[in-house]
Design a protein around this ligand. Structure first.
Ligand SMILES: NC(=O)c1ccc[n+]([C@@H]2O[C@H](COP(=O)([O-])OP(=O)(O)OC[C@H]3O[C@@H](n4cnc5c(N)ncnc54)[C@H](OP(=O)(O)O)[C@@H]3O)[C@@H](O)[C@H]2O)c1
Length: 306
């Protein structure tokens, strides 16, 4: 299919990891020219880029030079650095820069500022939902002065929702929503690991199915994706923590959830199974082998309640 009617027809995706490749495929199928570079990237990214129909260019400068829009999709901790690299590229017609990473509103504003200093227009974006189900169950939130126009152009590619004309608001919306899903997973993990320790795991899961079917269905959908994504999700919930602090609030459960998800990442469960192949029960059993909740020195029951 050829591009029709799009104001912005060449999109530079930096970089086609899981989400970048999913979007590259959607844009490619909608007729956009999708470019990227795999310089300094892993073989995994190079393979995903090729499979998604990306045109591979020599380096970042070339991608920035030909793109009308740059879409940033990297681990949240790399988002500012990538924006700085793009700002440092010499180009006659600077592209519109869309950061779609799960970053805090403060980080989005930092990116807006540093790009603005180089004359680059910015849209703050954030994606809620899994890459594999983006068109069906996901949504891209957009904010900033050019968000409305971009949403109109991209709505045929994936579901778009404009949050505000003010950059940072889309990232804030995503942070809030993902705080619910990650917090729910962390609470579920803590209680299920406790049930396992008390030798009640099977009964606990059965009873949860009876009384909390929606929570069990969410756990069944989300937990199997944690072996691969726990590290990124720990970073993302760390951004929510930063948002709370930025608003002068104390991140209680958010901080605890971040610690537990970071421990899941540290447990190196990756490679256990592909997404969707691991049952909730197996996940808990694997995690219990190195139970991240175990205290170095058990408290007595009295000490715990006093
Ligand atoms: N996957 C999802 O379902 C999902 C859902 C919602 C939001 N998101 C957001 O989408 C963004 C990307 O997530 P993802 O799941 O696609 O992650 P991913 O599969 O790990 O892909 C990340 C990409 O960024 C590259 N990268 C890693 N470190 C980098 C660095 N320091 N500088 C520049 N590029 C670097 C990776 O290249 P290498 O291969 O060389 O490491 C890879 O191409 C994140 O901000 C995430 O929060 C993802």
């Amino acid at each position: 299919m050829q591009a029709t009617n799009h104001g912005l027809t060449t999109i530079g995706i930096l970089y086609p990891g899981e989400m970048g490749a999913a979007l590259a495929r959607l844009f490619h199928a909608a007729g956009y020219r999708v470019v990227t570079t795999c310089r300094d990237r892993s073989e995994r990214t190079a393979a995903l880029a090729r499979q998604a129909g990306c045109e591979l260019l020599e380096g970042l400068e070339s991608v920035v030079a030909v793109s009308e829009v740059i879409l940033s999709l990297v681990p949240p901790a790399a988002a500012v650095d990538l924006a700085r690299q793009v700002a440092g590229c010499n180009t006659a017609l600077p592209p519109l820069y869309v950061d779609a990473n799960s970053i805090s509103p403060e980080t989005a504003l930092e990116i807006e500022q540093l790009l603005g200093d180089s004359g680059i227009r910015f849209v703050d974006a954030a994606i809620h939902g899994l890459a594999s189900r983006l068109p069906q169950q996901g949504r891209m939130y957009l904010s900033g002065p050019e968000a409305e126009q971009l949403a109109r152009q991209w709505q045929a590619v994936a579901p778009m929702r404009v949050v505000s004309e003010q950059a940072g608001r889309a990232s804030a919306m995503k942070m809030l929503l993902s705080g619910i899903s990650k917090g729910l997973v962390a609470l579920f993990l803590e209680i299920a690991l406790t049930a396992r320790e008390a030798d009640l795991l099977d009964g606990f899961l059965e009873n949860c199915d009876d009384f909390y079917p929606a929570i069990m269905s969410a756990a069944g959908r989300m937990l199997p994706t944690y072996p691969r994504h726990a590290e990124r999700r720990a970073q993302e919930i760390g951004e929510l923590e930063a948002m709370l602090r930025g608003l002068g609030l104390r991140p209680g459960m958010t901080a605890e959830a971040r610690e537990l998800i970071a421990a899941v990442a540290g447990a190196r469960l990756g490679g256990l199974a592909q997404d969707g192949e691991l049952s909730v029960r197996d996940f808990i059993e694997f995690l219990a082998l190195n139970n991240p909740l175990r205290l170095a020195e058990p408290l007595s029951a009295g000490a715990a309640t006093s």
